[in-house]
Design a protein around this ligand. Structure first.
Ligand code: SF4
Length: 161
């Protein structure tokens, strides 16, 4: 999977465009999801998300995806799980100090962000990892946050969104 992860960062621009379209379509599905019930769709959607993003990005299902801000390099693959840039231990060859065989995910993130039109988002400060939403679908979370208020499922009925 490591090679696929590197490939995905090399094609960050492509994934950026694809994700924009994909996000628009699932946000548009908010009224339908509300009708079916978020609690019913959360698990199957999370299962699909785990397979797709696990294959492409070595996703760890942190529950709040930041790939669009990190050059399509998942920061949860950092052994220290740094969400806001590299630690001080990046090797001179750009590899990780903990796993010397692996490129630093933040070196990757920088390279991926240079390929993206919205790459400046790498400067955004990310919230710390919220362990209470680990394993949940970030697609559902984004849908809940971006859909018009009238089409969202009320917060109390969702898992931590
Ligand atoms: S940031 Fe979180 S949701 Fe996004 S790919 Fe990484 S672990 Fe998965």
């Amino acid at each position: 999977m490591y090679d696929i992860r590197l490939w995905s960062v090399r094609h960050a621009r492509l994934f950026e465009g694809f994700y924009r379209l994909f996000e628009r379509s699932y946000v548009a599905m908010a009224p339908l999801i509300r009708r079916i019930g978020v609690e019913r769709v959360e698990k199957p959607v999370a299962a699909v998300e785990r397979i797709v993003k696990g294959t492409l990005f070595d996703c760890r299902m942190c529950g709040r995806c930041v790939l669009s801000s990190t050059g399509m390099s998942c920061p949860m693959n950092c052994p220290k799980q740094m969400r806001n840039g590299p630690c001080g231990g990046v090797r001179a060859n750009g590899h990780c100090e903990v796993r010397p065989q692996m490129r630093c995910v933040w070196v990757q993130a920088y390279e991926g962000s240079r390929r993206m039109s919205g790459g400046h988002a790498i400067l955004d400060v990310q919230k710390p990892v919220d362990r209470s939403i680990e394993g949940s679908s970030s697609w559902i979370r984004v849908m809940q946050e971006k859909a018009p208020a009238s089409t969202r499922t009320p917060v109390a009925e969702t898992h931590g969104t």
